[in-house]
Write a protein that binds this ligand. Structure first.
Ligand SMILES: Cc1cc2nc3c(=O)[nH]c(=O)nc-3n(C[C@H](O)[C@H](O)[C@H](O)COP(=O)(O)O)c2cc1C
Length: 208
């Protein structure tokens, strides 16, 4: 394609717009969200519409969309029922189970068992942690903001961070800086693409 293309959102199918946007907004961090139902079933699923939302209070959020029926995904149902979730940081060694946990398992299925991971107890919340993850972040539900009630519409789930578990040596130094190469974060791009950490560089703070 030559020249300039302008995509007008109002004249574009939602699906087409989505495909373009997920290729342009990235790499996106992947929220790997573990939850528990009221009846005690463990659930695990990745969400790349995910980010840190606020520093103080310390908030993170993820965005499950409504299904085609338009019922709620299991993660959203669980968070509504038990008011908590855990984000398990996705690193290069866990790409395969993270991806497998996105399969559309029944509500009754324990997804930790399905993908071969171990559920560890959390300190403050009922939701389990992925024991194999380098880092787990425990959150209590702060708010669910509905961005629509039709199929595909997003529900923004906001959680307040209660505890951060650093499970491996060499990730955090004594000045609370994270060692990025040691952590090896994974990001989500468009299509079926992911990225692993590439070149890391430093810049001093900008001055006027
Ligand atoms: C890397 C990755 C990122 C995803 N991001 C989202 C997302 O942001 N929102 C969403 O609704 N689904 C997302 N999905 C799909 C969900 O993981 C999938 O629907 C999953 O089955 C939901 O699980 P649950 O029903 O147990 O909550 C993503 C899948 C993958 C592999």
């Amino acid at each position: 394609m030559t020249g300039c293309t302008i995509i007008e959102a109002g004249r574009t199918e939602a699906r087409e717009l989505y495909k373009v946007m997920i290729g342009l907004i990235g790499p996106r961090p992947i929220g790997w969200i573990s939850t528990i139902s009221q009846s005690g079933i463990h659930n695990l699923a990745p969400f790349s519409f995910f980010n840190m939302l606020s520093m103080n209070p310390c908030l993170i959020g993820f965005c499950p969309s409504l299904k085609q029926d338009p019922s709620k995904k299991d993660s959203l149902r669980n968070v509504e029922e038990t008011k908590c979730f855990v984000h398990n940081v996705v690193t290069s060694d866990l790409i395969i189970p993270m991806h497998q946990s996105s399969a559309n398992y029944d509500f009754e299925t324990n997804e930790f068992e399905k993908v071969g991971l171990t559920a560890a107890l959390s300190r403050f919340v009922e939701a389990p942690r992925v024991a194999e993850a380098a880092v787990n972040i425990e959150c209590k539900l702060m708010d669910i903001v509905s961005l629509g009630t039709k199929a595909g519409n997003t529900q923004l789930v906001v959680g307040e961070v209660l505890a951060i578990h650093i499970n491996r040596e060499g990730i955090l130094d004594d000045k609370s800086h994270v060692n990025a190469p040691a952590l090896a974060l994974v990001g989500r791009l468009g299509r079926l693409n992911y990225c692993e950490q590439g070149r890391i560089f430093e810049l001093p703070p900008a001055e006027v």
